[in-house]
Design a protein around this ligand. Structure first.
Ligand SMILES: *Cc1c(COP(=O)(O)O)cnc(C)c1O
Length: 398
């Protein structure tokens, strides 16, 4: 049955992914089920999206109720779910102004536009530069791709938006070397996801913040993957004692409904995008905002962030033990429930073997096994995961 669907998919879908050979049907908690009924323990969560696990009753009920009321209006009118969601985002992020998008990439696009407009309002010029990081990932649209520090993703799609310089994460001197009098923003992921689960260190973030303050450059932090509690605080930057001027959120923000947002401080809000400068048909519609609003409520009601802080050390300990056991694994790195096992070679075969055995994992780059499970995982789930992964590793590597 699965084989037939996969063949049909390959006839109809544009081949932009080399997909794993599985057709998922439904989920329950931290488990996924394929269309043949096989159960899988899920340590991917749709890539850091399903933070509360699958089929979470209160969340599903809230969405169903919203569908019965109204799903979409237009940004030319007010709607209550958007107002509620914006107030809650302000509270969890400490930012002042919110713009809702439909995806992470669109949140990045908006952040770039806000930064360019801010600089334009200062000097009337249109040749401003943005500094982004090597190995970063910000999405696939042309603007987001332009700040993505992976030449392989950009090559065929040149020219990019231009005036982007790339520095190295955690190398403040490399950032300083990129600064010119045209620099309007410095952008990076607080913890790089796709590029290798690579957290910014405290000195780096603080150093960049100080540089930005000194030169009135905007600090933009991409929290699309590392945000929403995954690193043990609502947003990962909150653990460093610095604040961005603009930030992006998506993935777990909607818990499965496609949403994103970019947020900014009042200062940037007052001196950047104004009426007519930016818009979206769907962004911030009642269904999307109902999802955001309910996610934030459920995070608070269930103390999800406390849970992350309680369970993450156990995951870290267990992954460290595996790294110790297998020569093929050089190290573990990450933050909270966003972890990576950095290997000495490709991890595709290990991930496929784990999938066969009922465990869903994903790579970050070719050599890193990424762990971004639902935030509700327990120590028991971690034990179950380790048993399967250990088994898969023992069959694939020494
Ligand atoms: C996934 C991701 C994006 C892009 O989000 P989409 O919703 O896929 O457009 C941007 N930045 C980071 C850090 C991401 O992990």
């Amino acid at each position: 049955m699965m084989k037939q669907y996969i063949d049909e998919a390959e006839q109809a879908l544009l081949h932009t992914y080399n997909r794993y050979q599985v057709v998922f049907d439904h989920g329950e908690g931290v488990h996924l089920y394929d269309i043949e009924g096989k159960e899988y323990l899920d340590f991917v969560a749709g890539i850091a999206v399903y933070a509360l696990g699958y089929h979470y009753k209160d969340y599903d009920d809230a969405l169903k109720a919203q569908i019965d009321k109204i799903m979409h209006t237009s940004n030319y009118y007010y709607n209550v779910p958007a107002i509620e969601a914006a107030k809650k985002i302000k509270k969890i992020s400490g930012m002042d102004r919110v713009f809702f998008t439909n995806s992470g990439a669109e949140a990045i696009e908006g952040a770039i536009k806000a930064a360019r407009k801010y600089a334009y309002l200062k000097d009337g010029k249109t040749d401003h530069e943005i500094i982004a990081m090597n190995h970063s990932f910000h999405g696939r649209t042309m603007g987001a791709l332009s700040v993505t520090g992976n030449p392989k993703y950009r090559e065929a799609f040149q020219p990019m938006i231009g005036n982007i310089r790339f520095a190295d994460m955690n190398d403040l001197d490399s950032v300083k070397a990129c600064i010119t009098d045209k620099t309007c923003a410095i952008l990076f992921e607080t913890v790089q996801g796709e590029g290798g689960i690579f957290p910014a260190d405290s000195d780096f973030i603080k150093g960049v913040r100080a540089l930005c303050d000194e030169k009135d450059i905007l600090l933009i932090l991409d929290e699309i993957q590392c945000g929403m509690g995954r690193c043990g605080s609502f947003y990962a930057w909150q653990r460093y004692g610095v604040k961005p001027d603009i930030m992006t959120s998506a993935k777990a923000l909607g818990g499965g409904v496609p949403v994103g947002a970019f947020m900014m401080t009042e200062k940037v809000g007052q001196h950047s995008l104004a009426a007519g400068d930016h818009g979206t048909t769907y962004g911030g519609n009642p269904l999307a905002c109902c999802a955001i609003s309910k996610m934030i409520d459920l995070f608070e009601e269930n103390k999800i962030i406390d849970h992350v802080n309680a369970v993450a050390p156990y995951l870290i300990k267990k992954l460290d033990e595996l790294a110790e056991k297998y020569d093929y694994i050089s190290l573990r790195r990450g933050c909270g429930l966003m972890q990576g096992l950095v290997c000495k070679g490709p991890v595709g075969e290990i991930i496929s073997k784990a999938l066969e055995k009922g465990l869903v994992l994903i790579n970050a780059g070719t050599d890193i096994i990424r762990f971004v499970p639902p935030l509700i995982i327990t120590e028991k789930d971690i034990d179950d995961m380790i048993v399967i992964l250990d088994d898969a590793l023992s069959q694939c590597v020494k």
